[in-house]
Design a protein. Structure first.
Length: 166
């Protein structure tokens, strides 16, 4: 069974669900506002981040457009994106919907659809990417953090300038 298909969810408390929704909102806001250090702070020390295609994901292939294994690589990606990427000014908007949460021991398996929009100063708003987040979220003290985030895109085609994480 594909991990992208609907699975029966085990009930979780409203506090857990709202905590996870707050994590998703903080993640999206950090990327939309270009606060890449804050984006990196949404992950645990041993987190994995991957941006991959639906085809590669369903075939179990490790190929990824962006791959970070551990917080160090995520921090490097944040630094590189904010300090060394040269691109035209743009506004990004991450739209997340259909968040599903199920308990898995002490962790939570979370999935949600995403849509990323981009507006350049001299162009109409365009869809940059759509897909599904497949996540493992943990509670660290009083914070919810991503232990694993796999961004599975619906297309094989990408803009030539994927600078920011999905």
């Amino acid at each position: 069974m594909s991990t992208l298909t609907y699975q029966r969810m085990q009930a979780v408390s409203a506090d857990i669900r709202f905590g996870i929704m707050d994590l998703y909102a903080a993640y999206s806001a950090a990327l939309d506002e270009g606060r890449y250090k804050d984006w990196a702070d949404c992950f645990t020390t041993h987190a994995e981040y991957r941006l991959t295609t639906k085809e590669n994901h369903e075939r179990g292939l490790p190929i990824a457009i962006i791959y970070c294994d551990g917080k160090g690589m995520i921090d490097d990606r944040a630094f590189t994106t904010s300090e060394t990427t040269i691109s035209q000014p743009r506004a990004l908007r991450h739209i997340v919907s259909g968040i599903s949460v199920r308990a898995d021991g002490d962790d939570y398996r979370v999935a949600a659809d995403f849509l990323i929009l981009q507006t350049m100063l001299d162009r109409m708003t365009e869809v940059v990417m759509s897909g599904r987040y497949i996540d493992r979220v943990v509670v660290d003290g009083h914070r919810f953090l991503f232990e694993s985030r796999v961004c599975v895109t619906d297309t094989l085609l990408y803009p030539t300038s994927i600078a920011a994480p999905a």
